[in-house]
Design a protein. Structure first.
Length: 193
């Protein structure tokens, strides 16, 4: 296997979470259901009292369900089961991502935590705008970086200057895919020193 392919596999493994937990949970729930039905069937064959309901009574209940239940309740239950099934399918199919970003490097694979990127962007914003640490907070997700700035009262801030500083900081890192930057300058100011 080539080194580039190997590095790409390592980066993907590091930045995407495993679906093993969801798979094991679904398998355990399914096995418990099958085990319960099997136990009920064996108890019914041995003429023993059921744990919850015997298979013949379950079949009778299912056959009587359309006549004994309101149509809107059946439709709501069907929609609910379809939504649960869709959620389980989406969990199984979509890739799970971690709060990590890949930094472009020629020779190595570098993976950086989102909190590290947020701290660096906040530091650069504070330095550029001359603010205290509690006046800038940054949130980083997979595709967007949001910088919340609370200016000092009476000192207006230039959003374009802050944006260009943040974008320059991010371009130095070479994060891929490159996130979009959103700057929120709050209207209420902080008391200056």
């Amino acid at each position: 296997m080539s080194e580039v392919l190997h590095t790409r596999r390592l980066v993907r493994r590091e930045t995407h979470s495993s679906r093993a937990g969801a798979s094991v949970t679904a398998a355990v729930v399914g096995l418990l259901g099958v085990a319960w039905l099997g136990t009920e069937a064996v108890l019914s064959l041995l003429n023993q009292p059921p744990l919850v309901a015997s298979p013949p009574s379950l079949l009778q209940w299912a056959a009587d369900l359309p006549q004994s239940t309101l149509p809107w309740a059946l439709a709501a239950a069907g929609i609910g089961l379809a939504v649960i099934g869709l959620v389980i399918l989406l969990i199984a199919v979509t890739p799970g991502t971690k709060a990590l970003h890949v930094v472009d490097q020629d020779r190595t694979a570098v993976v950086v935590d989102s909190e590290v990127v947020a701290a660096a962007v906040s530091r650069r914003t504070r330095r550029e705008a001359g603010l205290d640490p509690d006046q800038v907070s940054t949130r980083v997700d997979r595709r967007r970086i949001t910088v919340d700035v609370r200016p000092t009262s009476g000192s207006p801030l230039n959003e374009s200057t802050i944006r260009s500083a943040v974008e320059e900081e991010l371009s130095d890192y070479g994060i891929r895919p490159e996130p979009t930057v959103r700057i929120n300058i709050r209207h209420e100011g902080a008391l200056g020193i």
